[in-house]
Write a protein that binds this ligand. Sequence first.
Ligand SMILES: [Zn+2]
Length: 128
Amino acid sequence: MIRFTLSCDNGHSFESWFKSNDACDGLMAKGLVNCDTCGSTTIRKTLMTPSVATKGHVQTPLEKMRKEVEDNSEYVGNKFAARARQMHEGTIPDKPIYGEANVQEARKLIDDGIPVVPLPFIPTKKTH
Ligand SMILES: [Zn+2]
């Protein structure tokens, strides 16, 4: 998938996903791409955003948040619930962690007064 930033002849710009560059050209040639704002089908591509993040990639707030969490917390995978509980009970030192917990585990933690916050994204798996 490729994301293009498109603009119409009225100067509106909007983003759309396409299967490929050719697919985008084809749809535009057939007048099947229209402006989100005014409905114009006179559209041109202004820039392409690859789906793979690169160094110069502009981060969305969600990506920024993900980075912040990943930079400052330890990924503990599916041991999240166990670690959170151990920290709460003082058997291991407190530190920011993130990982995966199922709904039952998360609910149990909250029931026991352990503050857990659901993240609005799937963690990138990485090992430390
Ligand atoms: Zn427009």
